[in-house]
Design a protein around this ligand. Structure first.
Ligand code: NAG
Ligand code: NAG
Ligand code: NAG
Length: 260
């Protein structure tokens, strides 16, 4: 609850089915500077750089321009996603973000497979959990005690791994809750974050589980610096992709947006 107090709840109770192809969330920050023609030019030059490097390396943090109109950008794919899916996702993100947010300097877009953001203010390497989106499955688990014990220890285990060098900010794992039920979890920090900040981000995300996802069968926390998700079905790679897409689009989710 402590973390929750820092947020203003602006949005509650939307039921929708989450499709992998649509953005999970996007932000066009009203509090950021308006774009000028020079900033727009720099954004238009930055995006192809981000697409190219991210398609190749799965991650890119760079900038374009100088002085007041310099634009900083970061793009990253979820670490378990194929190069092909990564490239497709980043290209879609770059197109969509300009349509969604043509006039503001601070724009961010989140998909299941990738994220992209840019701003005239340098955000690279800085922990940011100000803007957040929480999705949860409306269905409750049947055995909260077993579920929460399993979730707690799985999160503890994988969070320790996400920050270490070589992990590329990604950690995932699964744990058997019963002979019939397995819990799957994935965490991903943006790769510009130092280890300590990565762990902090994940701790804040997991710390908010009780607020939005208590006893829920599935939960996603989306911050600018990290992403956390758990489900009672497999959703990360390697797996049979069709299974994951079907099971995720079948579920009912509610969501809230939190703001600094
Ligand atoms: C807005 O632009 C001014 C310079 O034009 C800059 O000093 C300031 O940091 C910018 N603010 C943000 C939030 O990017
Ligand atoms: C889940 O549990 C909560 C709290 O006990 C309850 O308010 C809600 O109606 C339940 N949801 C479903 C789908 O049964
Ligand atoms: C979504 O939830 C509603 C209410 O709990 C239920 O009637 C409906 O069958 C669910 N839909 C799916 C696709 O699970």
């Amino acid at each position: 609850m402590a973390f929750f107090n820092h947020y203003l709840l602006i949005f509650v109770l939307f039921i929708l089915s989450v499709e992998s192809a649509d953005p999970s969330a996007q932000l066009c920050n009203d509090n950021s500077n308006s774009t000028t023609s020079e900033i727009t030019k720099n954004i238009n030059s930055l995006l192809p750089k981000l697409i190219q490097a991210t398609s190749q390396f799965g991650y890119s943090a760079t900038s374009f321009g100088h002085g007041q109109t310099q634009v900083f950008g970061l793009a990253q794919c979820r670490g378990d996603v194929s190069a092909e899916d990564c490239s497709a996702c980043i290209q879609e993100a770059a197109k969509e973000i300009r349509t969604f947010c043509p006039n503001k300097a601070d724009a961010r877009i989140w998909y299941e497979y990738c994220i992209l953001r840019y701003n005239t203010e340098n955000f690279i390497g800085k922990l940011d959990t100000g803007f957040g989106v929480f999705y949860w499955n409306v269905e409750n688990v049947t055995d909260p005690k077993t579920f929460n014990d399993g979730l707690g220890s799985l999160m503890y285990k994988i969070n320790a791994f996400a920050g270490v060098s070589g992990s590329k900010g990604l950690a995932k794992g699964e744990t058997k809750l019963s002979p019939f039920s397995t819990l799957y979890a994935l965490v991903q920090c943006t790769r510009d974050l130092p280890e300590l900040e990565c762990r902090q981000c994940l701790a804040i995300a997991v710390g908010n589980f009780p607020t939005f996802c208590e006893n829920k069968k599935g939960c996603r926390v989306i911050y600018s610096s990290c992403y956390v998700r758990y489900e009672l079905y497999p959703f990360f790679f390697p797996l049979d992709k069709q299974t994951a897409l079907e099971s995720s689009s079948m579920k009912n989710y509610s969501w809230v947006v939190t703001k600094p």
